[in-house]
Design a protein around this ligand. Sequence first.
Ligand code: GLC
Length: 652
Amino acid sequence: MYEQLSHSILNEILERLKPEIKEQELNHFYTRLGANFYSLFSLFLKLYGKRKDFKEQLLKLVEVMARQYIGRSPELKKTDLAREKDYNWFLSQKWVGMTLYADGFAENLLDLLSKIDYFQELGVNLIHIMPILECPKNASDGGYAVSNYRQIDARVGDLEALKNIAQAMKQRDILLVLDIVVNHTSNQHEWAEKARQGEHKYKEYYYIFQDREIPDMFEKTLPDVFPQTAPGNFTWDETMQKWVMTVFNNYQWDLNYQNPAVFIEMLDILLFWANQGVDILRLDAVAFLWKKIGGSSQNEPEAHILLQLFKDCCQVTAPGVLFIAEAIVAPVEIVKYFGEDAINAKECEIAYNATFMALLWDAVATKNAKLLKQGIKNLPDKLERATWLNYIRCHDDIGLGFTDEDIMEAGYEPKSHRNFLLNYFSGKYENTAARGLLFGQNPKNNDARISGTLTSLIGLETALEEKNQEKIELSIKHIILLHSMIFAFGGIPLIYYGDEIGTLNDYSYMGNLSKANDNRWAHRPKIDWKKAQLRKTPGTIEHTIFSALQRMIKVRKEIAAFGDFNNRELINLSNPHLFAFLRIAQENQDHVLVLGNFDASYQYLNLTDIDSKMLRLNDRDNIIDLYSSQASVMFKNQLVFSPFRFYWISVS
Ligand code: GLC
């Protein structure tokens, strides 16, 4: 878009660029900057327009983009051009992800290189390596308290090792995802150290207060993220004799984005990693980016402006690189992190579908799909050029992130229903085999979240202890059912490492002082590769789950209707235990009807229920399930579901 004022400022800035920048070949950079500048300028103006040094800061911003563009390799620039052309490339059903710790799944980055064959064996082609940047050893929050953004933690490897992985993955068409912790740094980061020593420039990088006046105002309304281990949102720093804002752990200092220098530093860091060959940057804790007295300091409009700015800038330098929003917030808020408009106010192309995840866990506990249907019915539409990361488990705790209104619509009383879920998963409810752990219990409001691996939460740990073969088999079916949902829903399915071989809770964290008070470590296991080897032995749990996922991935990749083009329609069935949706294909291809039984007993679906949706099932006597390639089980015009059975049925 052309607008006079911003354009004249752009001309001024280009004029002032240093000769060593100007003399480079910057064709594509200039065209993209021209296209994005009006937006970029307006957003920067909204946040920082009142500052005297506004133009100087804008010049610095452009310089950072230009320098990083110059440093971008010809190979990556080629990928950028290809992805600009095929701009919906990431919506294809061909992508299937896995999240892992380099030192949990493997020994380190070097060893991870040797696991690429395993990814291909399973079929995953998007690998999210959990944070690997330098962190203080005993105060790292699992990698989310970074002390150096340009250095890889020596415990997992070095830049060279990462570059080798990025290269090897690229050769096999596997995408690399890395975390950038944009909201806060470790209190041992150089910026924090300098602030502590009194350097004005770096004091401005954080929220630092002389006394409790402002912190008290903030704390009136700020929730506690870690109420047990880090209550409150400010930490007293002995050296400075001042209070620092620390919304997460007391060693994680919140960055002050009211200062444009912080934004520019972080952009430089994002582009630095983009230039190391990272395809997708996972932006951590984005809901928290802007702080305001008198609210929760989450989902503030300015946080969205910051993300739009990051996106605009990244598109100028490295347009092939995508963002994942890690915003684990209310359903109506999450979708806003895609942006309001894919062209004018775009933010992150991908976001965690925390709503679907939490709803799936509700269906696990209740054995019905009532709240699941209700929650999905109310899941707001997303932009066209945007996609979900659908997951069952990740490295974090499970929050019951659905709304009280939906709980009521589903026929429950919110408080008691939430209590039931916490009791169910923590094993307190009498009728449960789940082995979860309560995390972040808050005595002020009785709130809590849940830790534990998929396998242990489903009940397989208990079933194995009881040596109860029937329960073991049911648990495995249950695990597979959940995967069948995230693989078919629309978006990129994200497997959590270890789930593909049924990894149980790991209680060894309790013996480690720096982990003992954070039970999320129960579900951050070290993979036992001897056990993983059993995936090749039929009859083992590892083999059953691994081969089911392997098959599911293979079939998913062949079904065009599984591409994510906002082509899902929820189907309302009268049987509360069944969850159903239709994935609509583009012209000349079959749609896919996805059905799952969340109950532990047999369920039936009368096909007239489906007929009323005007679907013509191909051949009523021979309905083929795409996953198993076998005829579905029919009994007198009813589709039969064994406990936790799912179907992917082709319909035209
Ligand atoms: C994100 C991470 C979580 C971490 C938090 C603070 O939510 O996923 O693990 O504790 O940010 O960095």
